[in-house]
Design a protein around this ligand. Structure first.
Ligand code: KG4
Ligand code: ZN
Length: 361
């Protein structure tokens, strides 16, 4: 039985969790997430300085709560796993240094986890998924498709060349006067609107490269909104519906290319799967699009429960367990400094603009 305490502080959630694994089904013994949304809402986005301070204030209590809820003492855990990047450097410092202190004091293994690896391996925690599989990560800071071949073995197939998908939702919401975070509010408005009223672009449509781009879409929304301002409630709903339709159609075309490539690259899999993770995976229209797209490619869509799709520490604890089991915990973790940028596939050629905000993943 392995038990790991996970700590996540890379953006605006202060989170801690204890996950146990005895070789059968992993068990999440606790999963505490303290969101800072209210602290950032007035600014329409995450303010790094506020986030770092909030992590300092909250982290001790969140860790204590996670240990207590799990019925585990620090002495009983086998390791402490913390997000070491990518993300906002202030928060990363708070989380990783706290983990180092706990590991040193308790004589525990320290595992410095890449936040993206946490997202990438979650489907094994929730669904026991076997390698290889394809991952679509769509959050406020990242939009990428990764081939997940094994623990520590990732190949990035596609990235956004400008805005992340969640960022496009958030910026669209902001310019329409909808509250932060924008995604859920845009989705709510879209349900009431006419998706055929505005003809927004489908960025990169038809291009062979499998990447994403969303900034042109955001600009088109701004121009449409400016042209008919002041906006009625109906206008806002119609813009949201048309925007969301442009997104789902874009995903269908863009993601479809990688699904076809996956089927070619990994033939003969018993149950080929696309995993979707990140906050945008909450969007029902997007989920439905991905479901039918997967179906068309003879694949299944695996969507972990929402609280494990968005930022949390259970995924970090689990990545820690996976790394311990694979002998990849990293003996030099104690010397490791947090990294605001940290691509999963460090060998790949960088894509201009990918993950440029670096704040959320
Ligand atoms: O994964 P997450 O909680 O945080 C990080 O970005 O790491 O994702 C948050 C993002 C925000 O941009 C938010 O607007 C978006 O996910 N989001 C949604 C929905 N719910 C959250 N986007 C579209 N539709 C939604 N229902
Ligand atoms: Zn994330």
């Amino acid at each position: 039985m392995i038990r790991v305490l996970g700590i996540e502080t890379s953006c605006d959630e202060t989170a801690a969790s204890v996950v146990a694994f005895d070789g059968g089904r992993p068990e999440i013994l606790s999963n505490v997430v303290l969101s800072q949304i209210e602290e950032h809402a007035a600014f329409g986005g995450v303010v790094p300085e506020i986030a770092a301070r909030a992590h300092v204030e909250a982290l001790d209590g969140v860790i204590a709560a996670a240990l207590e809820e799990s019925g585990t003492s620090l002495g009983e855990v086998d390791g402490v796993a913390a997000t070491a990047g990518p993300g906002l450097i202030g928060g990363l410092i708070v989380g990783l240094m706290t983990a180092k202190a706990l590991a040193a004091a308790g004589g525990k293994e320290l595992i410095a986890v890449n936040h993206l690896e946490g997202h990438a391996l979650t489907a094994r925690l929730t669904d026991g998924l076997a390698f290889p599989y394809l991952l679509l990560l769509v959050s406020g800071g990242h939009t990428q498709i990764l081939l997940v071949r094994g623990v520590g073995d990732y190949e990035r197939w596609a990235s956004t060349i400008d805005d992340a998908l969640g960022e496009a939702f958030d910026k669209t919401a902001k310019l329409l006067g909808l509250p932060y975070p924008g995604g859920p509010n845009v989705e709510r408005q879209a349900a009431k609107g006419n998706a055929a009223r505005f003809d927004f672009p489908r960025p990169l449509k038809g291009e062979a490269r499998p990447d994403f781009s969303f900034s042109g879409l955001k600009t088109a929304v701004r121009q449409a909104a400016t042209a008919i301002a002041p906006l009625s409630e109906e206008d806002v709903a119609d813009i949201c519906a048309s925007f969301q339709r442009a997104i789902t159609e874009t995903l269908e075309e863009r993601v479809g290319r990688s699904l076809a490539r996956f089927r070619e690259t990994c033939p003969g899999l018993a149950a080929p799967a696309l995993v979707v993770a990140g906050g945008v995976a909450a969007n029902k229209a997007i989920r439905a699009t991905l479901e039918s797209l997967c179906h068309g490619h003879g694949m299944r869509l695996v969507a972990p429960p929402l609280e494990l799709c968005t930022d949390n520490a259970a995924m970090i604890a689990w990545a820690g367990i996976e790394r311990l089991r694979a002998g990849l915990a990293g003996a030099d973790a104690m010397e490791m400094a947090p990294r605001s940028r940290w691509p999963l596939d460090s060998g790949a050629t960088p894509i201009i603009g990918s993950g440029k905000r670096g704040a959320k993943a």
